[in-house]
Design a protein around this ligand. Structure first.
Ligand code: C2E
Ligand code: MG
Ligand code: MG
Ligand code: MG
Length: 287
């Protein structure tokens, strides 16, 4: 917005920036009622074992069905919810829905096509990590719904844990000790301190989709392949599983399987969708 800063009256007006700021403001003020009105919903994206194509679980991805803007992706409103603190009740809602859904799948889905009981991945924002109720809320939901802690994986971005002290790691450590998996999301996009990995209570590395896409775009120089190879070997030596994001082609899946990645997620297998999608995923499609 063109403010008269320091008496400069010739500042360039930017109507697009104005419009964006107005939209942002509108979305921010609408967030609390959106939760009350039930405008949020969750799409699930399958996670697949690279070795045999069996479904391992799914990641819960929240969407906002806005009355006038249509369906909004989380990048549009999670930062706003994070900023205003609404992320804590919203995150609790996502956790509850996701845990219930995982429990329902475990009751409904036939074993065989699925690699053991279906597991659920839920994203956590930094503000949720800082919230004192995280451990108690999580335990309460798991117990009430009757889902084993080992069926839940909480995804935390690498950048949220950069420079994290023991106070911040403690709740994650407690959850990990109970059997909840902690995944380091978007791994490789931050200032990855590989030595630091040892000290974090994580059991899964989720390799950012920029690596998967880089592999496709620059096959000749193969830098991304070498990096992935290095990360996989380091992760496995630390007994961490490796999940790859953004697998869009069979060629990528083949590469990643050869490089020893454990699980994969991406449009090649399935786009995020309604929970019923997991019922219709056939083994043949997934391999
Ligand atoms: P993320 O956790 O890294 O999730 C993966 C994102 O990649 C999702 O975007 C997914 O739809 C997208 N994706 C999956 N496969 C492919 C593919 O093959 N190609 C491409 N180009 N993209 C793919 P989405 O759903 O828009 O979510 C964006 C981010 O929003 C998530 O990134 C996550 O950080 C955040 N988010 C989503 N749901 C929640 C939530 O419930 N709570 C919090 N705190 N954050 C959430
Ligand atoms: Mg994630
Ligand atoms: Mg991710
Ligand atoms: Mg990512």
């Amino acid at each position: 917005r063109a403010k008269s800063a320091g008496g400069n009256r010739f500042e360039h007006a930017d109507p697009e920036a104005d419009a964006r700021a107005i939209t942002r403001h509108g979305l921010t003020t609408a967030l609390p009622t959106a939760l009350e009105r039930g405008e949020f919903f969750i799409e699930y994206q399958p996670l697949v074992h690279l070795a045999d194509g069996k479904v391992h679980g799914a990641e819960a991805l929240v969407r906002w069905s806005h009355p006038t803007h249509g369906v909004l992706s989380p990048d549009r409103f999670i930062p706003l919810a994070e900023h205003t603190g609404l992320i804590v009740p919203l995150g609790r809602w996502v956790l509850e829905q996701s845990v219930r859904q995982a429990r329902a799948w475990q009751e409904e889905l036939a074993a065989g096509t699925f690699a053991g009981p279906v597991r659920i991945n839920v994203n956590l924002s930094p503000a949720q990590l800082h919230h004192p109720g995280l451990v108690a809320d999580t335990v309460e939901v798991l117990e009430r719904v009757g889902l084993a802690p080992g069926s839940l994986c909480l995804e935390v971005t690498e950048s949220a844990l950069i420079g994290a002290d023991e106070d911040l790691l403690k709740p994650l450590r407690q959850l990990a000790e109970m059997g909840v998996d902690i995944a380091l999301d978007d791994f490789g996009t931050g200032y990855s301190n590989l030595a630091n990995l040892r000290r974090l209570p994580v059991s899964v590395l989720k390799l950012d989709r920029s690596f998967t896409q880089g592999m496709q775009q620059h096959p000749a120089d193969a830098v991304d392949i070498k990096i992935v190879e290095g990360i996989v070997s380091l992760a496995h030596s630390l007994e961490l599983a490796v999940t790859v994001e953004g697998v869009e082609t069979g060629t990528q899946a083949d590469h990643l399987r050869r490089l020893g990645c454990d699980t994969a997620q991406g449009w090649y297998y399935a786009r995020p969708g309604p929970p019923e999608m997991l019922h219709t995923l056939s083994l043949a499609d997934a391999v």
